[in-house]
Design a protein around this ligand. Structure first.
Ligand code: ADP
Ligand code: GLC
Length: 480
């Protein structure tokens, strides 16, 4: 079976800022299950080293690279059989906190150098030049942090094939010419058909230009990024590469996100014991200081508080929500402006709106289980995992029809033809459209039979990784 080196900047539960970490844990596991020999390559951030005990870590290679001391350490992804190779360079292992920014919230000043070194190490491993006695057939790269890997590998005649997966095109890995000049890259790369992008260096272009195959995380997003509205200036390049570009919908980790045995819940439930879901609602209302009442529709939101997630749309309708019969619980962190505004609203309406600013895995599970409806009014959404978690937990999503949201959530059309309706979908990123969708959801909520039918549809949908992993497998075969 083929050998896959899966290069990523985040893997749950070792390090996570968003969905990339979930996917980087569950896709390699699914590939392993299909028989692939997969190794994950991850930077050895300080927080990752803290989570892995000395005993489970084995140093497997040490070498000098352009004046830097590199140490490759091997561990296992907790609870799995997947091998993780950690790239230990002081730029990763001696910095506390977030993988991309310092304690002040600003990007690390040397991110170009950190992820260039990561890419160089990946290149050496891919060429079997560091005595690991293992050479991949495929190097599977993810997002801009790994964009230079396909570019560097393109310089070699004998090399593994490369796949580059776009999880979010909005982050293009842009740096100055000065930064480019600091890296040991060939001058030929400074060209608009390579990694130069309107006078800057773009790491993601390394993946988009040089990878043998490009994938992204939903079929709709694969089409959207070829249009100016979602293409961030890269739409022309993506159109040009159209024949080597596919959208493969992410799966979810059905063990981690399973209402039937989720340890974070007040009461577990499944399609047959759906009435137990209410216990989670009451427990959530209690925990968050809301009025405890099972009959008030409870809306949830979990996510990064950034423009992408449509926070503005929610804020624009807040006065309507506050004067109607709703409760709202929000978990997230991000732009200070959003954090503060939401906290103020919660402070003024403590029994109606609860806001937890920060990162809390258990609370995310409790919101998925305890709410009736889940808000995801994203302006764009490459795939989105939370709407799939919501569906699995029978918490009906209210979404903007973009990317993976469009591909997973189904609302009955005016002609009443849809049998598998499982949520509420609006088509323009406008506050009043969101409100109208919430109103449609409320109407359905008031009809228990209709609601239950939709919940059962939602909970019955298969979001396991198997099919998606097989689609990646087909691409691996095609390019080798
Ligand atoms: P994105 O990757 O764009 O942030 P996704 O929907 O793909 O969006 O994935 C987000 C992941 O991060 C989900 O697993 C979600 O539960 C989790 N998440 C986001 N914010 C928080 C938070 N504040 N606390 C706990 N989990 C969070
Ligand atoms: C990105 C996207 C999100 C997607 C995730 C995993 O962070 O914003 O939509 O689900 O990657 O692919």
């Amino acid at each position: 079976m083929q050998k896959i080196l899966f290069a990523t900047s985040e893997v749950y539960p070792l390090i996570k800022t968003g969905g990339l970490a979930d996917v980087s844990a569950s896709l390699p596991r699914a590939l392993l299950k299909l028989g692939y020999d997969v190794k994950i390559l991850l930077p050895a951030y300080a927080s990752v080293l803290e989570k892995t005990t000395e005993k489970s870590l084995k140093s497997i290679a040490q070498f000098e690279l352009e004046g830097n001391r590199i140490n490759i350490k091997q561990t296992r992804l907790p609870g799995t059989r997947v091998t993780v190779w950690l790239v230990d360079i002081s730029e990763f292992s001696e910095r506390a906190g977030n993988p991309y920014c310092g304690p002040d919230g600003n990007d690390w000043y040397d991110n170009h150098k950190r992820f260039y070194l990561f890419a160089k190490v990946a290149e050496l491993i891919a060429l079997n030049q560091v005595n690991l006695n293992w050479q991949p057939d495929i190097v599977h790269c993810n997002d801009w942090q790994t964009g230079l890997i396909p570019a560097l590998l393109s310089l070699h005649q004998q090399r593994p094939a490369t796949v580059f997966t776009i999880h979010n095109l909005a982050y293009r890995g842009l740096f100055s010419y000065q930064a480019f000049a600091e890296l040991n890259l060939p001058d030929t790369f400074w060209h608009h058909e390579r990694i130069e992008f309107y006078g800057q260096m773009s790491f993601i272009k390394g993946g988009l230009v040089f990878a043998d195959y490009i994938t992204t995380v939903s079929p709709s997003y694969a089409k959207e990024i070829q249009q100016p509205e979602f293409g961030y200036g890269l739409e022309g390049l993506l159109q040009y590469r159209n024949e080597a570009l596919a959208g493969i919908l992410n799966g979810i980790d059905c063990d981690e996100w399973n209402p039937g045995n989720d340890p974070h819940l007040a009461a577990t439930y499944n399609r047959r014991t759906l009435s137990n879901k209410t216990k989670n609602k009451l427990a959530l209302q209690e925990r968050m200081g809301l009025t405890v009442d099972h009959s008030i529709p409870l809306l949830g939101f979990v996510g990064r508080l950034v423009d992408q997630k449509g926070v503005d749309l929610i804020l624009s309708q807040m006065s309507h929500l506050l004067t109607s019969n709703f409760q709202l619980v929000i978990l997230g962190s991000g732009f200070p402006h959003y954090e503060q505004t939401l906290k103020n609203i919660a402070m003024q309406n403590p029994h109606k709106v609860a806001v937890y600013v920060g990162y809390d895995e258990a609370l995310a599970h409790q919101i998925e289980a305890g709410c009736d409806m889940f808000l995801m009014p994203s302006i764009f959404e490459p795939c989105g995992l939370n709407q799939m978690y919501s569906l699995r937990y029978g918490t009906l999503p209210i979404v903007h029809a973009v990317g993976g949201l469009r591909d997973t959530v189904v609302e009955r059309q005016a002609d009443g033809m849809t049998a598998d309706e499982n949520g509420f979908v609006f088509h323009k990123p406008e506050g009043k459209e969101l409100l109208a969708a919430i109103e449609r959801a409320t109407k359905a909520y008031e009809q228990p039979d209709v609601w239950k039918k939709m919940q059962l549809n939602a909970m019955g949908k298969d979001f396991s990784w198997e099919n998606s992993a097989k689609s990646y497998g087909k691409i691996y075969t095609q390019i080798t």
